[in-house]
Design a binder for this molecule. Structure first.
Ligand SMILES: [Zn+2]
Length: 78
């Protein structure tokens, strides 16, 4: 099951534009440089959030929606 940790991400190329990201299954995410990270929309309720992943499974990522709590599969296109 995916555990989410919300953190404020500050891109090194845009330090004045931090935004919130949900880290999947890692409770101490790197806050400046992204690993596998992107904006995904929940396939259940349609709400979008930024997610961070630490496991690369052939561009398919399981995430849990922080809004409706459903788990959904994203196929990477970012
Ligand atoms: Zn949802």
């Amino acid at each position: 099951m995916s555990e989410l940790t919300r953190f404020l991400y500050t891109p090194h190329y845009a330090p004045d534009k931090p935004y919130y990201v949900y880290s999947v299954d890692c409770d101490s995410p790197e806050k400046i440089s992204g690993f596998i990270q992107g904006y995904m929309k929940c396939t259940h309720c349609g709400k979008g959030n930024h997610f961070r992943f630490y496991i690369n499974s052939k561009n398919r990522h399981l995430a849990k929606c922080p809004d409706c709590k459903e788990v959904f599969l994203d196929i990477e296109d970012f």
